[in-house]
Design a protein around this ligand. Structure first.
Ligand code: DAT
Ligand code: MG
Length: 149
């Protein structure tokens, strides 16, 4: 089973969209295996967004991510990495499809509510950057045989 790192950003927390966002992943059929609320240090934010460090938006992005608490999560399921990116929607909420989280709740690229890992390798790196092994819970959801053939 794949795992992916999902973070509700400070705007999602401040706009009280935590329940709505978690609901969408649960309802789809994915399994929550890690969750914590935290204020993000600059060091962690800079490491998480390291690939963007030379972009003009990087300082503003780090300021934003460290400005208020986030909800860090790990979700599990078949093809969860790609599916979560679809649930989240395109980076710019203005072009994100209606029905996606960014498409339904956002209007601005710098306030796009949520992060999701974009590939198998980045998911692995991000899960281990944000969570210790003992913070992740292995459990067997009873609905599994009703979700997977
Ligand atoms: P995504 O979060 O969809 O993976 P990304 O990795 O390209 O998008 O960028 C990371 C975050 O950086 C993105 O969620 C919001 C911010 N960002 C990206 N492009 C931006 C831009 N042109 N202006 C302001 N913020 C931007
Ligand atoms: Mg990205």
């Amino acid at each position: 089973m794949e795992r992916t790192f999902i973070m509700i950003k400070p705007d999602g927390v401040q706009r009280h969209l935590v329940g709505e966002i978690v609901r969408r992943f649960e309802a789809k059929g994915f399994t929550l295996v890690g969750l914590k609320m935290m204020k993000v240090s600059r060091e962690l934010a800079e490491k998480h967004y390291e690939v963007h460090k030379d972009k003009s938006f990087f300082p503003g992005l780090v300021d934003f991510i460290t400005s208020a608490p986030v909800i860090a999560m790990v979700w599990e399921g078949e093809s969860v990495i790609a599916a979560a990116r679809n649930i989240i929607g395109a980076t710019n909420p203005i072009s994100a499809a209606p029905g996606s989280i960014r498409g339904d709740f956002g209007v601005s690229i710098g306030r796009n509510l949520i992060h999701g890992s974009d590939a198998i390798e980045t998911a692995r790196q991000e899960v281990s950057l944000w969570f210790d092994d003992e913070e992740l819970v292995d459990w067997e959801p009873i609905r599994k045989s009703w979700l997977y053939e």
